[in-house]
Design a protein around this ligand. Structure first.
Ligand SMILES: Cc1cc2nc3c(=O)[nH]c(=O)nc-3n(C[C@H](O)[C@H](O)[C@H](O)COP(=O)(O)OP(=O)(O)OC[C@H]3O[C@@H](n4cnc5c(N)ncnc54)[C@H](O)[C@@H]3O)c2cc1C
Length: 434
């Protein structure tokens, strides 16, 4: 190998690809190292027998005009479907339009009344209660009955811990807070304007992998199957696959917890802070149907504890190119935080999908694959912020940049990943020239 470039980007997910594209545009040499056999990270799309699957529902909710423009430039308007959300909550045997808190009219009457009455009490409560945990947030803003009927059981299935163990900080952007008027309208079945960050979304015709492919054309070539390990802070070298490589500048998008497992030497308090980072894995199913889906929704939220998944959606309702004609490709996000056996979980999933009216019976399933996203959801617990401040201070002392959803250890979107990659590239360029 010739002279080793001194700027390394670790991970070719959206953050790493976006950073590499930006560095390349500015003529900055660098290497882009990826542990797995394909690029894209969580934005990958896989295709089997004509059915395409993203890594569960991946939809573009664009808030940043610069990123919206970038995505148009990368994919072209003709490849971007503009879609209005059709989603529902399946609870107490009924479908209510999402968000639950603004549409209680479909629930059994006694429950709908309690939801409404507790919402109104919470709305007018004075003085306002202190909000520390996510459970406090739900009870303060939606009242106890809605929290117990939807917010708490649903989020317990997603996060694998009770909302009282989570801080309220992550949810302002993602948990819609309807007004009193919207709740009242929804309680008597009047339509509301679309509510929430995901009311409209953009979807590439052939799945999110199209975005990855467009970035790959503009980024540096990805060195696949090249996991980075053993990062020596004193010598400023690391292992990339089987080689030892020196570095001056480092941009990491692997998870912060993995990064700290690779760094040496580490002071005890930094090791302690790294051990405090908590996240849960997500196990989900790619499901190929012989039939179309029978329901008019893109996806459905399922708080019911006895159903083994918390959300089910159909890629083929986002774009018909995601499945063969008159068939469907689904994602089913399982509540279990430990790896289930496909042979055991699939019959239960098929029966629940049948009960919900999404399929007519187990025979509708042509094939299913069990997938895992390690550390899918970072837990915003009471120790996260303090641990992050210790870890980021340590990284900045050693001039290492750790960004992206898992590099920053946060709950964030694909748009945020593209933006984080661009900003990090800019920082590296400035740092390199000073
Ligand atoms: C279940 C789920 C649903 C989501 N839905 C949406 C959605 O609808 N809309 C939305 O905008 N966002 C969504 N997101 C968030 C979105 O997926 C992420 O924000 C984004 O894809 C993160 O990109 P990234 O590059 O930061 O991380 P990643 O995609 O995780 O990429 C990191 C890359 O680093 C590689 N890597 C790891 N370790 C090493 C190593 N040691 N050496 C070399 N390479 C390494 C990995 O293989 C991977 O390719 C969702 C996330 C999840 C988990």
């Amino acid at each position: 190998m010739g002279h080793a470039p001194n700027l390394l980007v670790i991970g070719a997910g959206l953050t790493g690809l976006s950073a590499s594209m930006q560095l390349r545009r500015k003529g900055q040499p660098h290497r882009l190292l990826e542990a797995s056999a394909s690029a894209g990270g969580l934005a990958r799309t896989v295709t089997e027998a004509g059915y395409s699957f993203d890594c569960t529902g991946h939809l573009l909710h664009l808030r940043n005009p610069q990123m919206a423009e970038l995505i148009r430039e990368l994919l072209g308007d003709e490849n971007l479907l503009q879609i209005e959300r059709r989603s529902a909550v399946y609870s107490h045997g009924a479908f209510t339009p999402y968000p639950f808190q603004a549409n209680v009219y479909g629930l059994p009457k006694e429950l709908a009344f309690r939801c409404l009455s507790d919402f109104v009490s919470a709305h007018f409560q004075q003085p306002k209660p202190e909000i520390v945990t996510f459970e406090d947030y739900c009870i303060a803003h939606f009242g106890r009955a809605m929290s117990e009927a939807f917010m708490v059981p649903y989020n317990e299935k997603v996060w694998g811990v009770h909302p009282r163990e989570l801080a309220a900080t992550w949810c302002e952007r993602f948990v819609p807070r309807p007004t009193l008027e919207e709740v009242l309208r929804g309680a008597v079945g009047l339509p509301n304007p679309a509510i929430g960050y995901n009311a409209r979304f953009v979807y590439p015709r052939r799945g999110m992998g199209m975005l990855v492919d467009a970035l790959l054309e503009r980024a540096n070539p990805v060195e696949l199957v090249t996991p980075v390990s053993a990062i020596d802070l004193e010598r400023r070298t690391l292992r990339a696959g089987n080689n030892e490589v020196p570095f001056d500048q480092l941009l990491s998008t692997m998870s912060l917890s993995s990064l700290f497992r690779q760094l040496t030497p580490l002071p005890a308090e930094v090791q302690q802070a790294a051990s405090e980072l908590r996240a849960v894995d997500l196990h989900y199913l790619d499901v190929a149907l012989n039939t179309p889906v029978e329901l008019p929704y893109h996806w459905v939220y399922v708080p019911e504890p006895e159903i083994p998944f918390y959300r089910v959606g159909a890629y083929s309702t986002f774009s018909r190119l995601m499945a063969p004609t008159a068939k469907a490709s689904l994602y089913v996000e399982l509540a279990s935080k430990t790896a289930p056996a496909l042979g055991q979980v699939l019959p239960a999933v098929a029966d629940a999908l049948t009960q919900m009216g999404i399929i007519r019976g187990r025979d509708a399933i042509r094939f299913a694959r069990l997938r895992r996203i390690p550390n899918a959801y970072v837990l915003y617990d009471s120790r996260r912020e303090r641990a992050l401040s210790v870890l980021h201070a340590f990284l900045s002392e050693h001039r290492i940049h750790s960004v992206g959803r898992y590099g920053a250890w946060e709950y964030s979107s694909m748009e945020d990943a593209l933006w984080a990659g661009q900003c990090a590239a800019q920082t590296l360029l400035t740092e390199g020239s000073s």
